[in-house]
Design a protein around this ligand. Structure first.
Ligand SMILES: Nc1nc2c(ncn2[C@@H]2O[C@H](COP(=O)(O)OP(=O)(O)OP(=O)(O)O)[C@@H](O)[C@H]2O)c(=O)[nH]1
Ligand SMILES: [Mg+2]
Length: 392
């Protein structure tokens, strides 16, 4: 059994690359990066060529280790998601045997994250097909959450640091709506990451490193119970809150179940606090610090991944605390998880709370708020920019 993290396009692959920078993640999870330009794949640090799949207009889906990969996976789709979509309509079914070869024929994937940037061509065009292929591979028995990056639509952005070409906010918005409309047909839930949360200076291409780290760290913390720390809920009963499992996350990010179910739109945020003062690292006996749960929950909310959120519109929420055992079980240091609940309950009644022990000297609090698409002003704004662009 393996938890699959798939990156599509440049933004998607860069985010998955950051996820796999985390220690322990590979034990239960595996990455895949799909892109149309070999150059972007070569920039990945933690995903090797045997985990790449090239998307080529001439050759369809090409394994990263295939001879001549560099020659056929070059073009890219240059912000044209419809072209990427066409290629996947012709060749997307090739992905199913590739998954079988890698993960076994049994449909060994109970859960997948598919990451993409919504303003470009490749990710927007291929991600829904990748989700379909995962579903076919898993014979229906799989949950899929998309992690989708909303473009900064305040100004045109440089396509690359080293190129003059710019792409308009309108074009990106239009691609984003195209991508989201298709995505929501096929995934169980969508976590949104808004590049508009970055200052303009930081959102120029190539300067995403820190933001990607933050987003990847939040996602990893969210799934850390089953995926990283591999806690069996049954064997850990001294804590006030259960282990958040994958099903809890899916339930919190979707509305209804089965064929009538609809994906919710989630935002994610995370705050961390060191549990040891700096001298504590050198003299561990004196170093431990108390951790203020209310403050952590407040900060995690302030750092949510989407601009202009009305938290009162949230339908569901998750709060997840990852902390050293002492901060979970020792009465003197125990984190007041009820403070996290209190913050989430201020906005909505359906709240899922979890805690997981870790060996890091860090307490992290990750929160997710889930909305209906129509309740997010940022999506409405992007739709309006797209309409204006398409009408011109
Ligand atoms: N947060 C974040 N956003 C990124 C990153 N790289 C690109 N983006 C943004 O994501 C959106 C989609 O761009 P890309 O991921 O480059 O597009 P693509 O899927 O490779 O598609 P092409 O147009 O074919 O290159 C744009 O709004 C970019 O500004 C990244 O590493 N992190
Ligand atoms: Mg690209």
């Amino acid at each position: 059994m393996v938890y699959l993290f798939v990156g599509t396009g440049q933004a998607g692959s860069a985010l998955v690359d950051e996820v796999f920078a985390h220690e322990g993640i590979r034990i239960e999870a595996a990455p895949l990066a799909l892109n149309s330009t070999v150059r972007d794949l070569e920039n990945l640090t933690h995903i090797e060529d045997d985990e790449w799949i090239g998307v080529s207009e001439t050759d369809g889906l090409v394994p990263g280790t295939q001879a001549g990969f560099e020659e056929v996976v070059t073009g890219g789709f240059g912000r044209r998601p419809r072209r990427a979509n066409d290629v996947m309509e012709r060749h997307g079914q090739q992905l199913v045997p590739m998954l079988e070869e890698r993960f076994g024929e049994e449909g060994n994937v109970p859960f997948a994250f598919v990451f993409l940037g919504l303003g470009g061509g490749t990710g927007c065009g291929i991600a829904p097909h990748v989700v379909d292929a995962i579903r076919r591979y898993a014979a229906g028995d799989v949950k899929v959450i998309a992690v989708a990056v909303l473009p900064n639509t305040q100004e045109s952005v440089h396509v690359r640091d080293d190129e003059e070409e710019t792409v308009s906010a309108g074009r990106q918005a239009s691609n984003a709506v195209y991508g989201l409309d298709r995505l929501e047909e096929t995934v169980d839930g969508i976590l949104l990451v808004d590049n508009q949360r970055l200052g303009y200076e930081d959102s120029a291409e190539g300067r995403f490193a820190e933001y990607n780290e933050y987003v990847a760290g939040s996602v990893v913390d969210l799934v850390s119970g089953p995926v990283v720390e591999r806690i069996d809920p049954g064997e850990y009963d001294e804590i006030d809150a259960p282990i958040i499992d994958i099903q809890d996350i899916v339930t919190s990010l979707s509305f209804g179940a089965g064929p009538d179910g609809e994906p919710g739109y989630g935002t994610i945020g995370r705050s961390i606090e060191m549990t040891m003062s700096l001298p504590g690292y050198f003299l561990p006996v004196i170093g431990d610090q108390q951790v203020d749960a209310a403050e952590l929950a407040y900060l995690a909310q302030a750092k949510q991944s989407v601009d202009d959120v009305t938290f009162g519109d949230a339908r569901k929420a998750i709060g997840h605390v990852r902390a050293p055992r002492k901060y979970i079980a020792d009465p003197e240091y125990q984190i007041e998880i009820s403070e996290v609940r209190r913050r989430l309950n201020e906005h909505c009644s359906e709240v899922n709370l979890g805690m997981v022990p870790t060996s890091r000297n860090l307490v992290s609090c990750t929160t997710v708020y889930t909305f209906e698409r129509t309740d997010l002003d940022r999506i409405r704004e992007i739709e309006e920019i797209a309409d204006t662009y398409e009408a011109a």
